[in-house]
Design a binder for this molecule. Structure first.
Ligand code: COA
Length: 152
């Protein structure tokens, strides 16, 4: 997609990214009440941005989504956040953000990218090459344990 650019996030856009996360998350049917009951769940730290683990997708120059990675103790990488604006979905932006995070994880020597996925996003993650390894309980309900093996 020529009109999408992925770049590292900068600290000054933290609030804009949190607002995007709210809009994206509230669009998942059934999640609204749990989110409104736990507004602290939507928090992107300055530290996470400043350490270079947050990536923004710009579509035609506008913020359209973001993702975040975190290193794991076992040397692999967690996909810690992934959100795309409701108005710019199904244009391949989520997939580009996953591929970018996969490249970053590979550069760090990880052999897999892991995510605790929202069940609403199951078809998306499977389409992006993740496999399901199990389920877990989160404070918002069931979560899917998914893993994408990274080719070296
Ligand atoms: C999940 C999310 C990031 C996907 O972003 P997106 O930019 O719309 O995804 P893409 O356009 O890259 O989709 C890639 C493929 O995934 C699949 N896919 C994406 N959304 C889907 C949906 N709602 N239903 C079924 N398949 C879907 C399709 O195969 C799609 O390819 P296609 O459009 O050619 O059919 C976005 O819907 C979102 O932000 N949701 C709310 C927040 C959330 O649940 N995030 C995940 C937290 S774990």
């Amino acid at each position: 997609m020529d009109d999408v650019r992925i770049r590292p996030a900068v600290s000054s856009e933290r609030k804009d990214l949190e607002a995007l996360q709210w809009r994206a998350s509230l669009s998942n049917a059934g999640d609204r009440n749990a989110l409104l009951a736990h507004p602290d769940a939507i928090e992107l730290t300055i530290e996470q941005i400043e350490t270079g683990g947050v990536f923004v997708a710009e579509w035609n120059g506008l913020l359209a989504g973001f993702s975040a990675v975190l290193p794991r103790a076992d040397g692999e990488t967690d996909l810690d956040a992934l959100f795309v604006e409701p108005a710019t979905r199904r244009r391949g932006i989520g997939r580009l953000l996953v591929e970018h995070c996969a490249s970053v994880a590979r550069e760090h020597g990880s052999t897999a990218l892991h995510v605790v996925g929202n069940p609403h996003a199951e078809a998306f993650y499977l389409a992006c090459g993740f496999e399901m390894t199990g389920t877990t309980e989160t404070r918002f309900g069931p979560g899917l344990l998914l893993r994408k093996i990274l080719a070296s």
